[in-house]
Design a protein around this ligand. Structure first.
Ligand code: PLP
Length: 450
């Protein structure tokens, strides 16, 4: 079927489209899920590629440590803590009438240094990769040299001959802009209408050129792409298709594996790991999921979360149309307070490469995101941005699903009792206090009304 197929025919073969277009929260567990060993072959990247990306980040650690003092404690490695959420877990289980089974954790990417969101993984990695390529070709770096030498006027003058451009709803722009400007690149961020003012202000304060558009993310991206194409010295960061972005995210998996070991958390068939990832265009959650599947195989279950108003990946994978369909095509408005998730058309690369690796997809309303944001603060004291809350209700979705998913995968009571549920908290620490207080006030009101 295609986009031209009449809607009633679509609804007949894909009944969830009804709920989806009525903006009702829903979950869909993937009937095409395949054994990891088979499905990893769908991704045009290997474990060696992820290892290479990881080694590159290690090479840059001495530089990052020199220019970003907030990475001093981690010796120049951009990584976030793994935090338990026992109180929130108990509260949500009580609300959903579920026994408290397994454990709920937060991967706190809201605390990632430099740009305070998951984009500090992929976005910064892509800039560093490009900088390394240029520096090696230009003789500024030779293999084996300490990369802290890039913190010099000579290096900044060298990178100043080049520019980097990106189209962004906000967080990707922050990561790319801050990193590019610090290295000395001329940086331009093309921002969509929904981007927050404080993000634009912060970028301009770092010396980044911000170009604003009245329209949505895809238009900002397209304009950025066209401008960059006209300039051979300009590198355009392609959020939808970039393998480097994807690899930067994938490195998270090996680091998480070490953190789980340090916390004595087992992951195997009898101790499944469920990871709930907020999804925008798909690169961030896709890269992380790819890395996790390489490390943990069938023992890890990755589930993507999207706003009810921007369910682009669910729509693309469910219909099989991938990037040939946008949420607008089915009458959904792509308006959400979840920064970074307001994306109407998914990455075709991610949707196709991972369509047999992702266990399921679900949607969350904005009201629910705000409510959960306030609940997180009240029970655990952590402050995340609305989009970063999307992964939180995932474990309830899994435990309450009635699509035969758990049964099909042999996820019985014993295994669920041993399970670790991990919400990927994708951003928040850069949100100005004033804005955060407004989010919390809104969430508390919804909590009280419950
Ligand atoms: C970008 C972003 C995501 C999702 O990443 P994609 O690569 O766009 O799918 C999730 N949460 C936050 C806070 C983000 O900024």
């Amino acid at each position: 079927m295609t986009l031209d197929t009449p809607l009633d025919q679509w609804l007949h073969s894909h009944p969830l489209l009804g709920q989806l277009t009525r903006l009702e929260p829903l979950s869909w567990f993937n009937p095409a899920l395949a054994p990891t060993a088979q499905a990893l072959g769908d991704v045009p990247l290997t474990r060696a590629d992820v290892d290479d990306a990881s080694a590159r980040l290690d090479r840059f650690a001495s530089y990052l440590r020199a220019v970003f003092p907030e990475t001093e404690a981690s010796a120049g490695i951009i990584e976030s803590p793994l935090l338990p959420l026992p109180h929130l877990h108990a509260a949500l289980c009580a609300e959903a009438n579920l026994p408290v089974q397994g454990a709920l954790w937060l991967k706190a990417d809201n605390l990632l240094p430099i740009s305070g969101s998951i984009k500090a993984r992929g976005g910064i990695y892509e800039v560093l990769k490009h900088a390394e390529d240029l520096a090696l070709a230009g003789g500024l770096l030779t293999p084996g040299m300490a990369y802290s030498t890039l913190d010099s006027d000579a290096a900044r003058a060298f990178f100043g001959q080049y520019s980097i451009a990106v189209g962004s709803t906000g967080n990707l722009g922050l990561s790319i802009g801050i990193m590019s400007a610090r290295l000395g690149f001329k940086a331009t961020v093309h921002m969509s209408a929904d981007a927050r003012q404080w993000k634009k202000d912060r970028l301009r304060a770092c010396g980044v050129e911000v170009i604003e558009y009245a329209s949505d993310y895809s238009v900002a991206v397209e304009q950025g792409r066209q401008q960059a194409e006209a300039d051979p010295r300009c590198h355009f960061v392609d959020d939808e298709n970039s393998l480097n972005l994807f690899l930067g995210y994938a490195v998270a998996a090996r680091r998480l594996q070490r953190q789980l070991q340090a916390a004595d958390i087992r992951v195997d068939a009898e101790h499944p790991l469920f990871v709930y990832l907020p999804c925008g265009v798909g690169g961030g959650p896709g890269g992380v999921a790819f890395g996790l599947k390489q490390r943990f195989g069938d023992a890890v279950h990755c589930v993507f979360a999207e706003p009810t108003h921007s369910p682009c990946m669910l729509l693309g994978v469910y219909t099989g149309l991938h990037d040939a369909v946008s949420v607008y095509d089915v009458g959904i408005d792509n308006r959400t307070a979840a920064d970074g998730l307001a994306v109407g058309r998914p990455s075709g690369f991610v949707g196709r490469s991972l369509q047999r690796l992702i266990d399921g997809y679900y949607t969350v309303s904005d009201a629910q995101l705000f409510r959960l944001l306030a609940q997180m603060e009240a029970t655990e004291g952590y402050r995340l941005e609305p989009s970063a809350m999307a992964g939180l209700p995932g474990f309830v979705q899994v435990l309450q699903e009635q699509q035969g998913y758990r049964q099909r995968l042999g996820l019985n009571e014993q295994r669920l009792a041993n399970a670790t549920h991990l919400m990927w908290g994708t951003g928040g620490s850069m949100v100005p206090d004033e804005e955060m207080h407004a989010y919390l006030a809104q969430g508390r009101k919804l909590l009280a009304g419950h």
